[in-house]
Design a protein around this ligand. Structure first.
Ligand SMILES: Cc1cc2nc3c(=O)[nH]c(=O)nc-3n(C[C@H](O)[C@H](O)[C@H](O)COP(=O)(O)OP(=O)(O)OC[C@H]3O[C@@H](n4cnc5c(N)ncnc54)[C@H](O)[C@@H]3O)c2cc1C
Length: 393
């Protein structure tokens, strides 16, 4: 009889683990607390499902905060993600920045095709099965039919991080796994909270483009959006680790102009123009950028040298992150020391972990999903070997 595998968590990591376990000939059950699978994956599709980054694997690996992911992403990297999606019929394209998206722009066709393929291969899916307890061998769920326990040969936990609880990843699982070392969850790829003054109101909702940012030793280029609650967007997300440490956000509002070129332009006679018109005309600085200077520096300085310095390095006060539940991803989770090289939890023989529930961090840009797919596949392959060989991987 085929060995049995239990996957708990039906996000991208759990589904990829199930795919690998099925490919290795195991009989696989997948349980998820929610009424349907992949809810966060579908939410990711609403803002354009960025599946991976079309770049060589060694470059891709530089975007993660740990080299423990290297074997997994070397085995299933950006090219593999693209080939996999294409093979599922969800043709992908590479955007101008190298980001890879499904051509249809959303996640649902890919997710539907993926689940249909897995069911076709024999995957037994149970939804509304909420893991409540385990002794390391048996797993107990609350289900619509009352409590149920399952005792598989191997198990993969893919319970996600701790944001967007309403989509299923509520981050409560560390309480179910008291013997597994975890690092506290922390928001990543998240907005910063700002209590704007009234004069900023007309700029809220606007993007601030073509800027460079830094926090501590981290740098980033991109755009930010001024939202009613603060600032968000791809430009600040890569700085999350430094911002979490309390580093201040410093914005270069004209990264393509050196300070002396700005000073020289501002020194030109301004005639009857007001200072802000003079700045607008000589530097083509858009009104939202000027408003940011007023918000965080104060009245526009008359000295061209000082103004140039402010434009090149507008320093924001320490800003708290928005609540963790709003974050695109979370750092923290099962520590690498608690896992062996096959992603088996060392205190729970036969139980493996995958996806965002492991303690790694990366910016958006396809790196999150790539690591979820790669760890799912890796954990699935090692769990299959463990089950088939009766205890070695
Ligand atoms: C708005 C948004 C946009 C995003 N955009 C992108 C993007 O474009 N590109 C990118 O790379 N990443 C993106 N991400 C991040 C990406 O979606 C996640 O990193 C990824 O979904 C994590 O996958 P996972 O399988 O580890 O966990 P999840 O997808 O969170 O899945 C975990 C599953 O476990 C289940 N579960 C949890 N606890 C239990 C329990 N006790 N019992 C049973 N089941 C349980 C949950 O119901 C859930 O289905 C985005 C995230 C958000 C919120």
């Amino acid at each position: 009889m085929a060995k049995s595998a239990l996957v708990i968590g039906g996000g991208p990591a759990g589904l990829m683990a199930a795919q690998e376990l099925l490919a290795q000939g195991l009989s696989v059950q997948l349980m998820d607390a929610m009424p349907t699978l992949g809810r966060k994956f579908l939410m990711a599709g609403k803002s354009g499902l960025n599946l991976t980054k079309d770049e060589p694997t060694p470059l891709c690996l530089t975007h993660y905060d740990t080299n423990r992911l290297s074997p997994m992403i070397n085995a299933f990297g950006p090219r593999d993600v693209m080939d996999w999606a294409n093979a599922l019929g969800a043709a992908v394209y590479t955007g101008s920045t190298g980001r890879v998206f499904p051509k249809v722009g959303k996640a649902s066709p890919l997710l539907r095709a993926w689940i249909a393929q897995l069911v076709d291969q024999g995957l037994d899916i149970r939804t509304k099965w909420h893991l409540t307890d385990t002794n390391g061998r048996s797993f107990t769920f609350s289900t619509p039919d009352g409590p149920q326990s399952v005792t598989p040969d191997v198990t993969i936990l893919a319970l996600g991080g701790a944001s967007w609880a309403r989509l299923g990843s509520d981050g409560t699982w560390p309480a179910i796994l008291p013997n597994v070392a975890t690092a506290p969850f922390a928001p990543s790829n998240c907005a910063l909270a700002i209590d704007w003054s009234a004069h900023m109101e007309k700029f809220l909702g606007q993007p601030i483009k073509s800027i460079a940012m830094r926090a501590g030793t981290q740098v980033s280029r991109g755009e930010i959006i001024l939202s009613a609650k603060g600032i968000e967007g791809g430009g600040i997300y890569p700085l999350s680790p430094a911002l979490r440490q309390g580093e201040r956000l410093i914005i270069d509002l004209m990264p393509d102009w050196p300070a002396d070129k700005i000073t020289a332009a501002l020194t030109r006679p301004r005639g009857k123009n007001s200072l802000s018109n003079h700045i607008r005309k000589t530097l083509k600085l858009d009104p939202a950028k000027l408003a940011l200077i007023r918000e965080f520096w104060g009245p526009l300085p008359h000295s061209p040298e000082i103004l140039a310095q402010v434009i090149k390095g507008l320093t924001l006060p320490p800003l708290p992150p928005r609540p963790m539940d709003e974050a695109i991803s979370t750092a923290g989770g099962i520590t690498w020391d608690a896992l062996d090289d096959g992603l088996m939890i060392t205190t729970m023989p036969g139980v493996f972990a995958a996806g965002e529930m492991i303690d790694w961090d990366a910016p958006t840009g396809g790196y999150l999903l790539t690591a979820c797919f790669a760890t799912g596949k890796w954990a699935g392959a090692h769990a299959a070997r463990y089950a088939i060989t009766g205890g070695s991987q």
